[in-house]
Design a protein around this ligand. Structure first.
Ligand code: GRF
Length: 226
């Protein structure tokens, strides 16, 4: 059964775009019920409108306090009919009540190999630290920031000349492969949580060709189409 999902964005929405494209191509069995943003100027909202998707704008500064914003956010997502939530560059922490309402049904993508470099500057912190391998992580969301069970990770080299933006760009290209894949697994009911681990039910599918992606390591492996 097609999974109704809400996507939360604060910025450019390139991960949202990748997910939309895979849904439209029939590779993810999900339907986006609403794209919700705390920023009216988020480019992700324009992307959603271009694809005829419902949008909700909740500028957090317009709310009297955090609790009011949190209530409005939960209301908007619930009212859309979503049964799962995809965080795609959403720069606000979710309230415990929100997380409880969608327990084990919220995904986030983070531009670092968690548990290294959590927080809002993942790729920049990794570049400044001098790592030689960097990457991205899709994980379930729990009450702690960038903490829930990991679904998939992609590793890429960090090069000597890299700064935060150049490393972030190399990571982002892989985000656009692994996030749609993770959403497809969620929509297909193939993910289950066992303590800190996410189990992926096998489906016997062929694997994707990653030869155009440059040096990288993705695990679990991407399936054909991603
Ligand atoms: C990505 O780097 C993602 O890992 C992080 O925020 C950024 C969002 O980019 N959570 P976009 O809005 O999807 O282009």
């Amino acid at each position: 059964m097609t999974l109704p999902v809400a996507v939360l964005v604060s910025g450019s929405g390139s991960n949202l775009q990748a997910i939309i494209d895979h849904i439209e191509a029939g590779r993810i069995d999900a339907r986006i019920t609403a794209v919700v943003s705390n920023k009216a100027e988020a480019q992700g909202l324009d992307r959603a409108r271009r694809h005829g998707l419902a949008t909700v704008t909740l500028p957090h500064g317009d709310f009297p306090d955090r609790a009011a914003f949190d209530a409005a956010l939960l209301g908007a997502v619930r009212d859309s009919g979503a049964r799962a939530v995809i965080l795609a560059g959403f720069m606000r922490l979710l309230a415990p009540r929100f997380i409880a309402a969608f327990r084990d049904r919220i995904l986030n993508i983070h531009p670092a190999l968690l548990p290294s470099f959590p927080g809002i500057r993942g790729a920049a912190d990794a570049a400044a630290y001098g790592v030689t391998i960097a990457g991205a992580t899709v994980h379930f969301v729990d009450e702690k920031m960038d903490n829930g069970p990991i679904v998939i990770q992609a590793a890429v080299p960090a090069l000597p000349g890299d700064d935060g933006p150049s490393l972030a760009a190399r990571i982002l290209a892989l985000e656009h492969r692994i996030y749609p894949q993770a959403v497809a697994w969620l929509a297909a009911g193939r993910l289950s949580i066992d303590g800190r681990k996410t189990r992926l039910a096998p489906a016997g599918l062929a694997l994707a060709d990653l030869s155009d992606a440059g040096p990288c390591l993705v695990n679990p492996p991407l399936e054909v189409g991603f």
